[in-house]
Design a protein around this ligand. Structure first.
Ligand code: ADP
Ligand code: MG
Length: 583
């Protein structure tokens, strides 16, 4: 084919051939590569903070302006960079952290690719001032377009300051895709918050446009970081994951520590879940799922927990070299990690879930003065002798309770060794039934009650689809349903706990909602528990109340109903004394 023929041919086929293959200009290459590491201003903050942490700093101060585009400055008191190596640090793949291929298998530092500084320098103007341990005077280098444009000595105490200006000015395409300054600021604040949670022993300070956005004390206590990052309300309701010294899962190879929020501080997004693997902040859907699984039945639908989960495991068990931003890792044994996290969280929830105290809920539920009027006549009458110190049931924080009476046909008033309890009878019974249903499903099977005559049950087309899909789930849960043609079904038996209850209404409600299968089984159990439970407004005999409380003492999680609402509130003896002015 002659060149003329080729032109004709390409024109006919509408192929553009005016671009021959050629090697890209190094500047373009480095900007493309930089794009993988530096996605947005917060990525720069992340890389610089990681470098400061790798340098062993105990104080890190971060300052940003204009969403991080005008300025990002990270200052630390770490080991610094020796004067002779400062420029080298800006070479691609220059790192002091690993030296061989084998080192990749056991990375203990946060950085290791030697890509951050050159990537940042490819898309911004960077100044670095550093003074290494043992050196008496510091040095500085200014880098523009990836090239050092000035260098020299400069006084500085031990540590490093990196200043990044005019980010993405040379990359308009990237600049265009950035979100509002507020969004970029919130990403920056999030990165710093995450590292503040991962390194409570480091003092962090973050200034955004001159305002202090975060400051942590560097006390080494996670709760102090949580207080600064999430505020007092969440911090007050955090439970420590049982840091059982020496108790490692799966043959001494894995340890889970951290803090989780009690179900009362749930949030409507997953943004409050933090995971650190050997102190590296990572994102992991697997681990998010493990935590949410552990909270199953404790949170309202659509709510998510607060959790800070640290996983320590041998360096060889986890591959961190998966992605340029180093935010994803691959575990050798995913299953082990999943189950260790899930178990640690569940154990913490079951072992420590606090019963809400009156002062925390008084405003929403009952003011102390109302409590006084309503509760007194009942409790004075019967509470003449104090009960013997009640032993705690093994897995539960609910003590043995003595029933005193019923309030408004809806609440059971009971006395425990630590004060007065007001228990929502419907919520309590829901929890009891919910745990029973789950337990019966896994063992001999659910108790079933045959109906004297089969009842016909008509469904609409959408309900029929859901019914078909979950036919087995329903029969496993005690419903015996047969097709009768024409979108009509015959119900021959129902779960015993729903006998003489509005099971048809419950079925209809369920068939109208159609989430995924796993959730559906859960929703079914919750609905059954809700419909089977005693209602508010139903008078109970003393025996019935005693039985209900006895059963509540046995359940694993007596604090909240399956929808996540509190079952009880407690008025401690001290509060009572205070109310009566005795203290
Ligand atoms: P990496 O962190 O993957 O090694 P970087 O490009 O982030 O690559 O940094 C290159 C090198 O510069 C590091 O290996 C380290 O030796 C040095 N360095 C960067 N920032 C700091 C700092 N804040 N303190 C001390 N050394 C630093
Ligand atoms: Mg680095």
């Amino acid at each position: 084919m002659t060149k003329k023929d080729l032109t004709k041919y390409t024109e006919a086929c509408n192929i553009k051939l005016e671009m021959p293959i050629k090697v890209l200009d190094p500047k373009v290459v480095s900007r493309i590569a930089a794009g993988e590491v530096v996605e947005r201003p917060a990525s720069v903050v992340k890389e610089l903070v990681e470098n400061s942490l790798d340098a062993g700093s105990s104080q890190i101060s971060i300052e940003t302006r204009g969403g991080g585009i005008s300025l990002i400055r990270v200052m630390d008191n770490g080991v610094g960079i020796p004067a002779g190596e400062v420029e080298l640090a800006f070479d691609r793949y220059a790192t002091s952290k690993i030296s061989s291929f084998e080192d990749l298998e056991s990375i203990s530092s946060l950085g290791f690719r030697g890509e951050a500084l050159p990537s940042i320098a490819a898309v911004a103007q960077v100044d670095i001032v550093t003074c290494a341990v043992g050196e008496s005077i510091g040095s500085y280098v200014s880098v523009k377009d990836g090239m050092a444009i000035s260098r020299g000595s400069q006084g500085r105490s031990q540590g490093t300051t990196v200043t990044v200006r005019n980010l993405f000015r040379q990359v308009p395409a990237r600049l265009k895709f950035l979100k509002s300054l507020t969004t970029e600021n919130s990403h920056i604040a999030n990165v710093v918050s995450q590292y503040a949670l991962a390194f409570p022993e480091v003092r962090f300070a973050l200034f955004i446009d001159g305002r202090i956005a975060l400051r942590t004390p560097g006390s080494g206590k996670l709760i102090d970081s949580v207080t600064q990052v999430y505020g007092l309300e969440i911090a007050r309701n955090m439970l420590e994951i049982g840091d059982r010294e020496g108790e490692w899962e799966g043959g001494a190879s894995l340890k889970v520590t951290g803090m989780i929020g009690s179900p009362s501080v749930s949030r409507s997004s997953r943004g409050y879940l933090s995971f650190f693997v050997n102190r590296r902040w990572i994102s992991s859907r697997l681990l998010a799922w493990a935590v949410e699984e552990a909270y199953h039945g404790l949170l309202m639908v659509g709510k998510h927990p607060v959790a800070i989960i640290n996983i320590a495991l041998p360096l060889g068990e986890v591959d961190v070299n998966i992605h340029p931003t180093k935010t994803e890792v691959k575990f050798q044994n995913e299953h082990l990690v999943f189950s260790a996290v899930q178990k640690a969280v569940r154990r913490t929830l079951i072992g420590q879930a606090p019963v809400p105290k009156m002062e925390e809920v008084a405003t929403t539920y009952m003011s102390p003065s109302v409590a006084r009027q309503v509760l007194l006549p009942e409790s004075r009458g019967s509470a003449t002798t104090s009960p013997p110190a009640a032993p705690q049931t093994s897995a539960v924080s609910l003590p043995v309770l003595r029933v005193l009476g019923q309030l408004s046909s809806s609440y059971i008033i009971a006395e425990g060794p630590d004060g007065l309890y007001l228990i929502d009878q419907h919520a309590a019974h829901e929890r009891i039934l919910f745990e029973k249903i789950r337990c019966q499903r896994s063992s001999p099977g659910i108790e079933v009650q045959g109906l004297l005559e089969p009842v016909t049950f008509e469904v609409n087309p959408k309900q029929e689809e859901v019914l078909r899909l979950h036919y087995e789930d329903l029969s496993e849960s005690g419903f015996s349903i047969e097709p009768f043609g024409n979108r009509t079904y015959l119900v021959r038996a129902v779960p015993a706990l729903l006998y003489k209850k509005d099971w048809a209404g419950m079925l209809r409600e369920l068939l109208d909602s159609s989430p995924g299968k796993g959730d559906w089984m859960e929703s079914l159990a919750i609905s059954m528990a809700c419909h089977g439970a005693v209602r508010a407004g139903q008078a109970l005999t003393n025996d019935e109340m005693r039985e209900l409380i006895r059963q509540l003492e046995q359940v694993a999680i007596p604090q909240t109903c399956p929808h996540g609402r509190p079952i009880m509130i407690r008025l401690s003896s001290e509060q009572l004394s205070r109310e009566f002015g005795r203290s």
